[in-house]
Design a protein around this ligand. Structure first.
Ligand SMILES: *Cc1c(COP(=O)(O)O)cnc(C)c1O
Length: 368
């Protein structure tokens, strides 16, 4: 029996990065600055030059989105336009600051927000558009920025899944007023706990977000605004620094493995494959296809030892928590249909060709 296929193989990654991650963590244990130690600024400098915008690390991807909204002064009565086909955190933070998520449907092939429907969803209460770069592929940021520019709105990219992706020659995270990402362990660049970052090229917003992250302090015990406890631990920054050594290689692997899936699966007519637009890359946080009878296919794959996941089984406007907190713009039928059809296959930079072949063969059998 061959070794089981992992959905995301963090152990294989650790095995190949063990010395650099270990050395980095040990350095923190030795200097003892567990909060705002030197690794925090080092990571911010490295990620800032990688992305091409100022980086501020924060306690999670969710807190990145929350801090971005707080920095823009979003509050009760405001509306934020986003998509309902995403992880709950996207809408959660909007509701937490007292604003209303306005849901616009997504495109059937990329599952990203359908930019053709955004203009009509704007009201005089709109403050920002919050596109999600789902599964690792940036949304239509140029068109979204153009609409936002005309209407005086900010744009916050939820880049929790797309860190490392490129859109029209620029990195995800640097494509809008503020970009937010997550270092949750299973994301394309993950730490060993919770972590995240905000990115911006607006020096004023950057200064505000630095304050909000640390209880609204301008300097110690001088609180100029309402903030949160939003720092990323030094140890988690050290882990990301260790992982950065192979990150560009990992992105190349992700793209190669994604392309190999597209090639190997192109013959299987019963499924709809994910689409990447020509002016951008996907880092394949998830490799997510669509299939009729998705649950039956997933069960059959499980029987063949192939783990799968569903991102996401229920659109947010249909969730109990958000049903009465959101405004729905037009039909959300594409999101509802995707929730019934999507299935994510094992995807990580250490998936070898033989394992991938097994996934593909098992899927072929499951579809028969
Ligand atoms: C993971 C994720 C988040 C939240 O990130 P955390 O670090 O888990 O708080 C937000 N939005 C999207 C689209 C995500 O995938």
């Amino acid at each position: 029996m061959s070794k089981p296929v992992e959905f995301i193989d963090l152990r294989a990654q650790y095995a190949s990065l063990r010395p650099s991650i270990g050395t980095r963590i040990q350095a923190v244990l030795d200097h003892g600055q567990f909060i705002m130690g030197p690794e925090v600024r080092e990571l911010e400098d490295k990620l800032g030059s990688f992305v091409g915008a100022e980086c501020i690390t924060v306690s999670s991807g969710t807190d990145a989105l929350l801090i971005a909204l707080m920095a823009l002064g979003v509050g009760p009565g405001d509306e934020i336009i986003t998509s309902p086909f995403t992880f709950a955190a996207t809408a959660e933070v909007i509701a937490l600051v007292g604003a209303t998520p306005v849901f616009v449907d997504v495109e059937p092939d990329t599952a990203n927000i359908d930019v053709r429907q955004v203009s009509a969803a704007i009201s005089d209460r709109s403050r920002a558009i919050m596109p999600v770069s789902l599964y690792g592929q940036p949304a239509d940021m140029a068109e979204i920025n153009a609409i936002a520019g005309e209407r005086g709105l900010a744009v916050i990219e939820d880049a929790a899944q797309s860190f490392g992706a490129v859109y029209q020659g620029r990195r995800s995270g640097a494509l809008s007023t503020i970009g937010c990402t997550s270092f949750f362990p299973s994301k394309p660049l993950g730490c060993y706990g919770d972590g995240g970052a905000v990115f911006t090229s607006d020096a004023k917003l950057a200064a505000i977000m630095r304050e909000i992250r640390i209880h609204g302090q301008e300097r110690r015990y001088h609180h100029t605004r309402l903030g949160v406890c939003g720092r990323m631990d030094t140890i988690q920054c050290a882990v990301v620094l260790g992982k950065l050594e192979r990150f560009e290689w990992e992105i190349e692997q992700r793209i190669a493995i994604g392309n190999r899936y597209l090639e190997l699966l192109s013959g299987l007519g019963a499924i709809q494959l994910p689409v990447v637009r020509p002016d951008r890359t996907s880092v394949w946080a998830q490799f997510t296809l669509q299939s009729e009878g998705r649950d039956r296919v997933a069960a059959s794959l499980r029987d063949h030892g192939i783990p799968t996941a569903i991102h996401y089984p229920i659109a947010l406007h249909q969730q109990t928590a958000y049903r009465n907190l959101c405004r729905v713009h037009g039909s959300l039928s594409v999101s509802e249909r995707l929730a019934e059809r999507v299935l994510s296959l094992p995807m990580h930079p250490y998936l070898d060709p033989a394992e991938q072949q097994r996934v593909v063969e098992s899927l072929g059998k499951a579809l028969r």
